[in-house]
Design a binder for this molecule. Structure first.
Ligand code: AMP
Ligand code: MG
Length: 434
């Protein structure tokens, strides 16, 4: 960095975790809304107020299998002296033509079927002889196999009040009423409501497309043979999975060699499908720290030191014609993952227009002592958090290469800047990663 970028003072400055996140988020604008098929809108934020076009239910319908009757006809029905009614027809769910139920008559009706004209209540089949004198269960089975249109009788054992076992038109929600407000996050039951209202598509902010790219000439793709000095590229997998878990549509680009030209060309290619770019590796001060060398030189990405461990070096900027946000994360697997959770996940959620973009921290009792946490840095240790017990146990050490320990943890333990030691049983903040 030089004077021309106007960032000379930034280079020496050490940023706190909160300052860096605030700075990154201040550059993020939620994505423009689009119309999506309702199922594709799962997890997205609604940007329109949805009102009810058709009442739910759209017509009076039966909540039971039984007989649609007139209240006066069955008022005197008892077990001892049932009332016999003439069955004038069968009404199944979806029936369009309905029999008229006159005095002394009943229509056999199924759950969800429209209540026929003249009927005022539904008597469940259990309160009847099931029709034509046979046992109720056997009769209903026989009927559904071979529906009878009319004829026969049913004996009713109990009276029914007006409206009994009828789900009235609009009893769920009336025409013109608000169904869902803009800002609602669409989960399974909101998607169900939209479909019930007849909505095929809905206006939401889309999921951001996140392109994840790792850098390092030492990296080999899993499944291939390792050569001397080589390691498998785990970051691009971990970060792509993390981006998906955060709600993004994520694309994994395999490892890019530590070569400025290759990196530049790959970034340019990927810009076309990215709402956010995430790189790992190459951001320290080593001889082959190609991400930093390449992107800092162009002046669009700023590299800074953070008062945190792991994750001290971080890059952030916006590149390309659309000023696409780019987060350059450090290469050590734990560092890149912790950085993702702290900085990239909030970016993804801010792009989606979600309200709570930061993972909340919660206090827990630390079962083991923590010693020698670096002074002046916020340390993020890996922990096994038991929310029911309110405890957390550190997993593995502080090393940022400890991939296995990370995989056996479910939370980050936050050791504040001014804390170097936590006694066993002391209280710490944890960030659950579920
Ligand atoms: P760097 O920041 O590029 O110097 O990388 C720091 C450390 O992380 C080195 O030991 C790298 O080999 C390792 N590393 C970098 N990228 C990856 C990756 N994609 N997967 C696994 N380890 C990586
Ligand atoms: Mg590297």
């Amino acid at each position: 960095m030089n004077d021309a970028t106007g960032r000379t003072d930034h280079q020496d400055r050490v940023w706190s975790v909160a300052e860096h996140l605030d700075d990154v988020l201040s550059a993020i604008v939620p994505l423009e809304p689009i119309e999506l098929p309702v199922l594709d809108a799962q997890g997205c934020v609604l940007v329109e107020d949805v009102t009810v076009a058709v009442a739910l239910p759209p017509f009076d319908n039966s909540s039971m299998d039984g007989y649609a009757v007139r209240v006066a006809d069955v008022a005197a029905a008892t077990e001892g002296s049932p009332i016999a009614l003439t069955v004038v027809g069968d009404v199944a769910a979806g029936s369009g033509e309905l029999p008229e139920v006159g005095p002394g008559q009943a229509a056999r009706i199924m759950t969800g079927a429209p209540v026929p004209p003249g009927a005022e209540a539904v008597v469940p089949v259990e309160w009847t002889d099931g029709g034509t004198g046979r046992g109720p269960a056997a009769t209903m089975r026989a009927h559904s196999a071979a529906p009878q249109d009319s004829g026969g009788e049913v004996r009713i054992h109990r009276p029914a009040a007006a409206g009994a076992h009828i789900r009235g038109r609009g009893s769920d929600v009336r025409e013109g009423e608000p169904a869902l407000a803009a800002g609602t996050v669409l989960g399974p039951s909101q998607i169900g409501l939209l479909a019930a209202l007849g909505r095929g598509t809905v206006r939401v902010r889309p999921r951001p497309r996140v392109v994840v790219m790792s850098t390092g000439s030492e990296l080999v793709q899993p499944g291939e043979a390792l050569g001397p000095g080589r390691i498998y590229d785990s970051n691009s997998f971990q970060l792509t999975a993390a981006a998906r878990a955060a709600g993004a549509v994520a694309y994994r680009v395999g490892a890019v060699a530590d070569d400025a030209e290759t990196l530049r060309a790959t970034l340019e290619d990927q810009l076309a499908r990215a709402d956010v770019l995430v790189t790992s590796g190459g951001v320290s001060v080593g001889a082959y720290d190609v991400v930093k060398e390449t992107l800092a030189a162009e002046g669009q990405v700023e590299f800074r030191k953070l008062a945190m461990q792991p994750g001290k070096p971080q890059g952030f900027g916006r590149i390309g014609p659309d000023r696409t946000p780019l987060l350059a994360l450090p290469g050590n697997p734990v560092s890149s993952y912790v950085s993702f959770e702290l900085f990239v996940r909030p970016v993804i959620r801010a792009l989606m227009g979600l309200p709570d973009v930061r993972r909340p921290a919660t206090p827990a009792r630390c079962t083991d002592a923590i010693a020698s946490s670096p002074k002046g840095k916020r340390q993020f240790l890996r922990g096994a958090h038991d929310p029911a017990a309110g405890t957390v146990t550190p997993v593995g050490g502080a090393g940022s290469h400890l991939i296995k320990a990370m995989a056996h943890a479910n939370a980050l333990i936050v050791v504040p800047e001014d804390t170097t030691d936590v006694p066993a049983g002391g209280t710490v903040d944890v960030i659950p990663l579920g």
